[in-house]
Design a protein around this ligand. Sequence first.
Ligand SMILES: [Zn+2]
Length: 277
Amino acid sequence: MAARPHPRSLLAVVLVVLSALAGCSTSHAAAGAAPSKSTAAPDVAPEVPPAPDPTSTSSSSTTTVSPPPSYPITPAAPVGPSRGAAPVVSRVATTDPVIFLTIDDGMVRDPRVPQFLAEHRIPATLFLNAGPLKADPAYFVQFTAMGDPIESHTVSHPKLKGMRLGDQKAQVCGMNTVIDQVIGGHGHLFRPPYGAYDDTTKRAAAQCGANAVVTWRVALNDGMVQTQSGDHLRPGDIVLSHFRDDLYDNLVELWSQAQQAGLSFAPLEAYLPPPNG
Ligand SMILES: [Zn+2]
């Protein structure tokens, strides 16, 4: 009996040849000349999505929205330490029709919040503590992916006022280190817990690389926008909010009031540029 190759063996040879051809160029596969499945080992590893890059501007959303405005609209004065102390900034000196959203601590992580900020293109500056950041890095990466910086709000949220310089620095610098480890880079601003600081805090902030100790003029609580003097939102206002249960409702109300006042949201760091550019 003449030995004939088994039909299955022939098929296997054809498949291997075709798949090898397909491997030369994707156009072969696209033309449908080669079967898409074969027993041959793939010569190309599957595509792995790149890790999130906080500085990257590439995103699927860029095809559907127009480019964001460039801030600052009018040039902003550099801000940095003077005589070894970081200045306290509670409001930005600008005539641009902009306000600045800051969000503190990190305890409650509502998934609607990054969605809302993305939908309305609201930049935010996050002042976080170590526990929440370490507990849920993926949540906060959603913000850094939108370009929002993460800043030190101390490691464990103590009242700094009255503490020794070394202890204050351990809290301020220590949080920068945590942000670097978890996110890969921290911002150059600092906010003291409870807004409580003394001259030592300003020195600690400067020695930890912060260009400003940031407080606020407007606070969001229980769905209300509260200005310190009881008036309305004004250009340059820094708005305090917290990652709490009421944050989403607070942001909806803030957005509404900003719209009525003709104010846009701008990135705080763009208006507080470091002295060396
Ligand atoms: Zn706080």
